[in-house]
Ligand binder design. Structure first.
Ligand SMILES: [Zn+2]
Length: 860
């Protein structure tokens, strides 16, 4: 609906006209246990600088009962297309809207969840990007800030949390009323309400006179797993670090962190009331990588309290800056905060953020970091690897360029100057220019206004004595996919070059580091001339810049054999990443990538890197291997997984990671028998805890291979009859290798809209099984017949899951490309829908190319 899809032009016009002062919002959630709808009463006071002008307020609701503007009733029938027209405004206005709003089960607006363990109802809001309007009438754009005072009626005995501190509830009988104090001036999308019989754990951050109350909440059924102490520890480290670096005290009256059910994203930075997906409360053993990732998310959201919440983007085109800053901040804080458990965070950053960014930046939909965001649909599909990961990589490069001290000085000035206001990119760049004395216009133009990844290659010429005669860094323009926006450019890169020698015990040790500016197609490195050639020359060592790195032939030979020999984790991660993107690019055959992984992974100590390589090897074998050879590769990988599982230190993270990896690929009777034996307890791997989550992982594979039937799935659900258990059971059922199971899964997602966001995601994960290609083949045509209708009738989150998740990605063939192209021509999809399908299509194109390379390698 056009009214729902607010355009930038409309937002600008409205911001020019209005200044919003205050919202008073009354929500009656007294019958939340029954679901359905709730009453929402909004009184908003605002000024208009052109009396007599018209405007509108946003609302997504089943019905409106009353509209009163400046004391005069307006016709509730004027509410249409998710807007209430506001005619003939006065200089000062008071608007009252009484509406009936709906609970959701999609994680958007006011989400309602019933926990099967206690039968209780749990609510939370999720408003970014434009969903506050599903709960109250609002001017839904980030630059119309205001104060918000919530008054909430909810069942007696509930916990109610919002941006302001929770007041004592009043009243008697079955419900109570919580009357919150007004917030400071904030944007609608970071207001929040969490309500239900949640349980809380409390602490405080104290620093001199300052005292900030801290709370951590979850459902009672997860309470036994909630390690609140660990969460408070990271949170306090973040408070210390950010307050010092930003030179600005935490701006809100308290800081609550709430782990909530069926949450779509990782977390959301609501001012003083951050919501997290509750898989971050670990029910079973997870590796240290999961703790690290949770800590990173905690710090990311905390950084948003300043960058995003205190100072807010004017419009969604600067979403990238908001997300990139928080992503950079999480990594730099983990690397530097005293007491941090993850000082190697830049390795994780290289391993995860960079990989995500490189992948996204090679899709046909790639775009400059500064994207054109014309309306809300544009931004909703733009929470992508460019916005978060490339942006953060480029900020890291900017810090290398201006220096970290100058960077934080600029940031400090920016917070002081713009506190409680809205900004554009130029405001931040201006502050950084003042602090650093550097002109950032050229930098900004080449890094923020262009798309794609440069490739950096070394050019080494040796003389007859084996000394370096010349050394240069060659830069290539990005190979932009057809249809991608923006020109392919060379960029200025601040990089380090690492020189590594191989020691007698097979270790690779850095003997020298040179930092320099690379610009243009060829940059000479005179420092290296006349020296003997080191074993490995690593460009972009320390990962300062954003570029694909290639090794010269001699270095590649050493790395192929000794990748695990690097004594530091970051150069290993860079080499792993380089091998991976060479495989994706068809510069390294999948079978050669597999050999490299098998030779190096045993010495890889960084568990996050191990888990990434495991995923990437599986993905390469499924998508990029020559189909004629694929089974051999999978068999080799499965055998290696079993060996590593049996050889791993008992109880270690590596052991758990290999158990999961084996469960993803097990194929022989022996391997599947091992999974079944671990599950029924007849087989033991010393030190391996076969706990709730691992049991489901094993059962999923057994279901997919026809070794576990409905009754086995039902029995497991009886053991773990929780929301998570129900989701896992849905995955198992959809994974069964029968036409009936596939038809049932398909119908539940495509032909019905009853599934919640999490159950739907679980069904899709089970449906797509890489060794069920033939069984799934008929669904390619069904997909193209259904996808447009899905887009038009489902909510944004739900349709995004289906469009990407059910695309026939496993049917790697020219026919799939042709079917996609035919659909793109005939269906005339909306830009946001087109983008998602085009991205999925690119996966097929890439796989076909890589398969040909792997086939040729097999023939050599
Ligand atoms: Zn964020």
């Amino acid at each position: 609906m056009p009214g729902t899809n607010l355009t930038r032009e409309e937002a600008r016009t409205r911001a020019d006209l209005l200044r919003v002062d205050a919202y008073d919002i009354e929500l009656d959630l007294g019958s939340a246990r029954d679901g359905g709808t709730f009453r929402s009463t909004t009184v908003v006071r605002f000024a208009a600088n052109t009396p007599g002008a018209d405007s509108f307020i946003d609302l997504v609701a089943p019905s409106v009962e009353e509209i009163t503007l400046n004391g005069a009733p307006l016709d509730p029938g004027s509410f249409a297309d998710s807007r209430i027209p506001l005619p003939n405004l006065a200089a000062e206005n008071e608007l009252r809207v009484v509406a009936t709003c709906a609970y959701t089960n999609t994680g958007e607006g006011l989400h309602r969840f019933v926990d099967p363990v206690d039968g209780e109802t749990y609510l939370y809001t999720q408003f970014e990007v434009p969903d506050a309007r599903r709960v109250f009438a609002s001017f839904e754009q980030p630059d119309l800030k205001a104060t918000f005072a919530f008054t909430v009626t909810a069942p007696e005995g509930w916990v109610v949390v919002s941006n302001a501190p929770t007041p004592e509830p009043v009243g008697e009988g079955a419900t109570r009323v919580w009357k919150f104090e007004p917030t400071g001036r904030i944007s609608t999308y970071i207001t929040a309400l969490i309500a239900g019989p949640y349980v809380g754990v409390f602490d405080a951050y104290e620093n001199g006179e300052q005292r900030v109350p801290l709370g951590v909440y979850c459902r009672p059924s997860l309470r036994e797993f909630l390690d609140a102490e660990a969460i408070f520890e990271v949170t306090k480290q973040g408070f210390d670090y950010f307050q010092e670096k930003f030179d600005y005290a935490y701006p809100f009256p308290k800081y609550d962190q709430l782990f909530v059910p069926e949450f779509n994203a990782g977390a959301m930075e609501n001012a003083g009331a951050v919501t997290f997906r509750d898989q971050y409360v670990f029910r079973s053993k997870v590796t240290d990588a999961a703790y690290e990732s949770r800590a990173a998310t905690i710090l990311h959201e905390l950084a948003h309290m300043w960058f995003g919440n205190l100072v807010t983007m004017e419009w969604w085109n600067d979403l990238w800056l908001n997300e990139s800053f928080a992503t950079f901040a999480e990594a730099v804080c983990q690397a530097e905060a005293p007491g941090s458990r993850w000082p190697h965070s830049w390795t994780t950053f290289a391993n995860q953020m960079k990989t995500w960014a490189y992948r996204q930046d090679q899709l046909p939909s790639t775009h400059p970091i500064m994207a054109e965001i014309n309306d809300l649909e544009d931004v909703q599909v733009n929470f992508d690897g460019i916005t978060y990961a490339k942006g953060a990589s480029v900020l890291k490069q900017l810090v290398a360029y201006v220096g970290q001290d100058a960077f934080f000085q600029g940031v400090q000035a920016y917070f002081k100057r713009h506190a409680w206001g809205n900004t554009r990119l130029s405001d931040l760049l201006g502050a950084l220019e003042e602090a650093s004395g550097r002109d950032l216009k050229a930098w900004s133009k080449s890094w923020l206004e262009t798309a794609g990844i440069n490739v950096l290659r070394p050019s080494v010429v040796l003389n007859t004595d084996g000394e370096i005669e010349s050394f240069a860094v060659l830069q290539e323009a990005p190979a932009l996919p057809t249809g991608a926006k923006g020109a392919a450019v060379l960029r200025p890169h601040r990089i380090a070059i690492g020189l590594y020698e191989l020691t007698d015990d097979g270790s690779l040790v850095r003997t020298e580091r040179i930092e320099l500016d690379v610009d243009g197609p060829r940059t000479e490195v005179p420092e290296l001339v006349g020296r003997h050639r080191p074993a490995v020359v690593l460009l972009n060592d320390d990962d300062l810049s954003y570029a694909k790195i290639r090794l010269d032939e001699d270095s590649m030979a050493v790395v192929t054999e000794h990748l695990g020999g690097f004594t530091e984790s970051l150069p290993r991660a860079l080499c792993w990443a380089s091998a991976w993107d060479m495989t994706r690019d068809g510069e390294l055959a999948t079978r050669d990538y597999l050999s490299l992984a098998l030779s190096g992974i045993g010495r890889e100590s960084d568990i996050g890197v191990v888990q990434s390589v495991q995923r990437q090897v599986k993905l390469a074998l499924d998508a990029y291997a020559d189909p004629q050879w694929r089974e051999q590769g999978l068999a080799r990988w499965a055998a290696a997984a079993e060996e590593h599982l049996r050889a791993a230190e008992p109880g270690s993270d590596h052991q758990l990671a290999w158990a999961r990896s084996l469960a993803a690929v097990a194929r022989t009777d022996g391997q599947l028998g091992l999974l079944a034996g671990l599950l029924d307890g007849s087989v033991e791997v010393k030190g391996l805890a076969v706990d709730t989550e691992l049991r489901w992982t094993l059962l999923t594979r057994l279901s997919a291979t026809g070794r576990a039937d409905d009754s086995a799935i039902a029995a497991e659900l009886e053991r773990d009859n929780t929301a998570a258990g129900q989701e896992h059971a849905a995955t198992c059922r959809a994974a069964r290798p029968t036409a009936e199971a596939k038809a049932e899964a398909w119908a539940s997602v495509v032909e019905s809209d009853k599934l919640t966001n999490y159950v739907q995601e679980a069904v899709i994960a089970g449906f797509q099984q890489s060794d069920q290609r033939e069984l799934l083949a008929p669904y390619a045509a069904k997909y193209f017949a259904a996808v447009k209708g899905i887009w038009e009738t489902r909510s944004h989150e739900i349709s995004q899951q289906i469009i990407g998740g059910l695309y026939p990605s496993l049917q790697v063939s020219a026919e799939t490309l042709a079917a996609t192209d035919a659909w793109l021509t005939e269906a005339e999809p909306a830009p946001a829908l087109r983008r998602q399908v085009v991205e999925a299509r690119a996966g097929i194109e890439r796989a076909l190319k890589a398969q040909a390379v792997d086939r040729a390698a097999g023939a050599r």
